[in-house]
Design a protein around this ligand. Structure first.
Ligand code: GLA
Length: 410
């Protein structure tokens, strides 16, 4: 692998558990009740579709967040993070957590406890917890969802619940984590990230139908097709809370209202079934911005359905053009790409990737590229070189075989 290329290795679970336990003992003394791990995610395709009731298709990363937790007898919540060794512990009182009452990184954990308690899914006390994570932060790989989901499985178990034991129960935990993120952390995201972190299965991609809530675990074994999935963390700024994400979301809602449909998913279904032509739908929106946003959502839902067909048929070597088309649509119509993301996908394709696209919310963050197995070092080196030439900060790379969702690991 090329000189200077930085790889973001994932911790084996034993190492993550050891980090979390050691950190817990140093912060609180004694042993935690257990250690729970939840993965970050990459989305293969279906971007910005979740909050439009559309289809999306994430997998869980080998990179996880590890939470060592021990219940308390009172309702205090005290959190310490390995990522912030010099900061004071994050503290709150469970009964006092609510929209607008807490701020900072602990909202992802405390908000999950609050949402579970509000939904009758957690009747327990406060707790002490230590967090250690190898999910790259700020990379668009859902480190915040991983934190929420590690808390969800931990609190379900310690509260005597059994939601984590079935997909139906996990879907309820997903909703609690989404409430934590929307109402307590204040990020108006959809549910894709939490679904991936809680529901994903090893060796499979998770097809999510955000209208019906239906999920399908579709086998996703790139290796057997001589391919691998390369994640490129551009290190460029990624912020979901700076208003751009919320503005895309409200533009979609506005477009749906003008079209007289509940969500753009209904428009996508009408186009897919031939009831409406895409041009007809777009003609009914006279605002050029709404036209572009709507075109992205409708075509992206279509691409995601096609992608699922290719995966079900085992035709993995044909997915490249769909990834490329998704990127172009996100760049030109949805306008959520960034120079670094565009440079990463161009350099990856020039170095032999079958297809490449930005993944996640955008405005920086990460891209993915499907590359022939064995060429990942070469492709990473080419992207690294292109970034140096463009004067961008050096990117970092990870390999992303599809992993299992959140669970107790120690
Ligand atoms: C972020 C959000 C998700 C989803 C993606 C875009 O990751 O958290 O809910 O909307 O952006 O697909």
């Amino acid at each position: 692998m090329s000189d200077g290329v930085r790889w973001l290795g994932a911790w084996p679970h034993t190492q993550g558990a050891a980090h979390a336990r050691t950190g817990f003992a140093a912060a609180f003394g004694g042993e935690p009740s257990g250690v729970w791990a939840a993965p970050g995610r990459v989305n293969l395709i279906g971007e910005h579709t979740d909050y439009n009731n559309g289809l999306c298709f994430p997998t869980a990363l080998p990179h996880s967040t590890y939470l060592a937790l021990r219940p308390r007898t009172d309702d205090a919540i005290t959190l310490v993070s390995a990522q912030m060794p010099r900061s004071a512990p994050w503290t709150a009182t469970l009964n006092a957590v609510g929209p607008g009452t807490v701020a900072g990184w602990g909202t992802y954990v405390a908000g999950t406890a609050w949402a579970m308690a509000a939904g009758g899914a957690y009747g327990g006390s406060g707790f002490d917890a230590f967090v250690a994570s190898c999910v790259p932060g700020g990379a668009g790989l859902s480190s915040s969802a991983a934190l929420e989901c590690s808390a969800a499985v931990a609190l379900d178990e310690l509260g005597g619940g059994s939601l984590r034991q079935t997909d139906e129960g996990r879907a309820i935990l997903v909703q609690c984590c989404v409430r934590a993120e929307n109402e307590i952390a204040g990020a108006p995201t959809g549910g894709m990230d939490q679904s991936a972190s809680l529901l994903a299965r090893a060796g499979h991609a998770l097809l999510l139908d955000c209208l019906t809530g239906a999920t399908e675990h579709v086998p996703f074994d790139l290796t057997s097709s001589g391919l691998t999935l390369l994640v490129i963390d551009t290190r460029a700024h990624h912020a979901l809370v700076d208003g751009q994400y919320a503005s895309r979301r409200s533009q979609c809602e506005q477009a749906a209202r003008r079209l007289g449909v509940e969500s753009l998913r209904q428009a996508a279904d009408a186009v897919a079934s031939g009831t409406w032509a895409l041009s007809e739908v777009l003609d009914r929106l006279d605002d050029p911005v709404l036209i572009r946003r709507t075109r992205h959502i409708i075509t992206e839902i279509g691409r995601t359905a096609q992608f699922a067909e290719l995966l079900r048929a085992g035709r993995l070597d044909e997915i490249g053009p769909l990834l490329d088309a998704s990127h172009a649509s996100l760049r030109d119509d949805y306008e959520v790409s960034a120079r670094e993301l565009d440079a990463a996908v161009v350099a990856a394709r020039e170095a032999g990737a079958l297809g490449a696209r930005m993944t996640g919310g955008g405005f920086g963050g990460s891209a993915i590229a499907v590359v022939p197995l064995g060429t990942e070092g070469h492709v990473a080196g080419a992207v690294h070189g292109a970034f140096a030439t463009a004067g961008f900060e050096p990117p970092a790379f990870a390999l992303a075989p599809p992993m299992q969702g959140a669970a107790r690991i120690a």
